[in-house]
Design a protein around this ligand. Structure first.
Ligand code: NDP
Ligand code: 2IT
Length: 447
């Protein structure tokens, strides 16, 4: 796809000029603008109302100092971020990422995507994202706790259960959410649903841990079935070995697929007999070790240094679940050449624009992240509902709602793609469907 509409090209230019050195943000905006071309051509009100100019500018951007004491008594300083991007349809909602690669542009791309993703869930959530360039690798539990407390000591004044509700993302899981919640509660003397992904003892929702990975597979299964296929008997490659990847593996396997490879940032394992998920959970969730440890459980499996090679493994379906831009054009070509016919995204923006072109050129089924991985934030929305009514729902009830939400998202993407003359282009369908609800709400509320 190409961006040719003159008005939207002007918007892209503004984004690049006003936000230099934020390539990920430029990339995320461009993908949405490309999809919106037929929308603005058909409905000039989206131009006249200036709604797109407003959408690309975050409502509020917060950057702050996070000082903390390491175990040797030395002072460390990191940078914290919270981007409150858009509150047209609900309180800001989105995860926190702790990773050394985090910078303003990364958080802005994630926050921008979150607006449309949250809109697709049909739940009342605006878009936000935050995090820090803190690197949790090799840190003790005490250091993680002190960092989280310092981070929340600034963040607390900007968030609230009806204002902005953060959650997890890369390197922010149950442990970190627990420490963040504890500090918020202590500072504000309130017990509220200000974060999601909480422990089950203090307001967390059943099935939130599984939600992104399960939701990804529900979306994928809907997309496969709409095209006369299913997970049954298919060979699957999943990148990552974290929260999303683990539960994507669990559900894909339950739906009859064989997952043959997973990775972490050091390298990938290939187990032609099917990855032993219990071993992965033990290594990653319990011991927090590297994936190379898998060979201790299964010496017959292979370990390869580096992540890129994972996309050269022959498979039917690829589920990227690690990080942004993990599949480039070359990797997409390797997937296609080896017979992969479906890529569905668990991680946010895992495919470069060149990779996406390859998917379309090869008529592969392509499930875009903001639709396919929306199950995580959807169940976060359900956690907010449960917290508001001070009740907790059964696993089955939450999972059933998740299945319904993912089917609805797929149907909506399919319908909007068709309506705007791009049948089968679920990327365009997701961007258009996500946009329409937010844009109409913004127009209704005035500037
Ligand atoms: P985790 O921290 O649990 O796991 C991340 C996994 O990806 C780890 O295996 C990690 O390896 C790997 N990884 C991270 N960065 C890189 C990198 N630069 N190169 C190669 N591998 C990398 O995070 P999640 O599973 O929660 O998140 C994974 C993706 O899913 C992210 O893109 C996130 O934004 C997205 N997502 C998450 C949701 C959620 O609910 N958690 C919801 C929707 C999307 P290592 O341990 O070596 O760093
Ligand atoms: O990217 C995402 O959607 C998330 N990391 C989950 C956000 C949330 O609020 O649950």
């Amino acid at each position: 796809m190409k961006l040719t509409n003159e008005y939207l090209l002007g918007i892209q230019k503004i984004v690049e000029q006003k936000n230099p050195a934020e390539p990920e943000f430029h990339q995320a905006v461009k993908e949405v603008l490309m999809s919106l071309q037929p929308v603005v051509e058909k409905n000039p009100k989206y131009i006249e109302s200036g709604v797109i100019e407003r959408l690309i500018e975050p409502e509020r951007q917060i950057m702050f100092r996070v000082p903390w004491l390491d175990d040797s008594g030395k002072i460390q300083v990191n940078r914290g971020f919270r981007i409150q991007f858009n509150s047209a349809i609900g309180p800001y909602k989105g995860g926190l990422r702790f990773h050394p690669t985090v910078n303003l542009g990364v958080i802005k791309f994630l926050g921008f995507e979150q607006i449309f993703k949250n809109s697709l869930t049909t739940l009342p959530m605006g878009g936000g994202k935050g995090g820090s360039d803190f690197n949790p690798k090799g840190k003790s539990d005490g250091e993680i706790q002190r960092f989280c407390q310092s981070f929340m000591t600034e963040l607390y004044r900007h968030i609230g259960p009806d204002t902005d509700v953060p959650a997890g993302d890369i390197n922010v899981g149950a442990r970190e959410i627990g420490y963040l919640f504890g500090q918020y509660k202590r500072i504000t003397n309130t017990f509220t649903g200000v974060l999601t992904g909480k422990g089950l003892q203090f307001g967390g929702s059943l099935a939130r841990t599984e939600a992104t990975g399960y939701g990804l597979c529900y979306f994928t299964e809907n997309m496969l079935q709409a095209n006369g296929k299913s997970f049954e008997g298919q060979t699957v490659v999943i990148s990552g070995a974290g929260n999303v990847a683990i539960y994507a593996n669990e559900k894909a396997t339950a739906l009859g697929a064989k997952v043959v490879a997973m990775c972490d940032s050091n390298g990938y394992i290939y187990d032609k007999n099917g990855v032993d998920l219990a071993a992965i959970k033990q290594i990653k969730e319990v011991e927090r070790k590297r994936i190379t440890e898998y060979l201790k459980y299964h010496p017959e499996a292979e370990y390869h240094e580096g992540c890129k090679g994972i996309w050269t493994i022959p498979c039917d379906i690829a589920l990227p679940c690690a990080t942004q831009n993990e599949i480039d054009e070359e990797s997409a070509k390797a997937l296609a050449a080896n017979g992969c016919y479906c890529v569905c995204e668990g991680s946010n923006m895992p495919s470069t624009p060149g990779a996406i072109d390859v998917y379309f050129e090869n008529k592969m089924l392509y499930g875009p992240a903001k639709a396919a991985n929306a199950g995580g934030v959807a169940v976060s929305g359900l956690e907010m509902s449960q917290n508001s009514e001070r009740l907790s729902w059964s696993f089955e009830k939450v999972d059933k709602k998740l299945q319904g939400i993912m089917k609805n998202i797929f149907d909506n993407c399919e319908a909007r793609a068709e309506e705007y003359g791009m049948p089968g282009n679920y990327m365009a369908g997701a961007n258009i469907a996500g946009f329409l609800k937010v844009a109409d709400a913004m127009i209704a509320q005035g500037i």
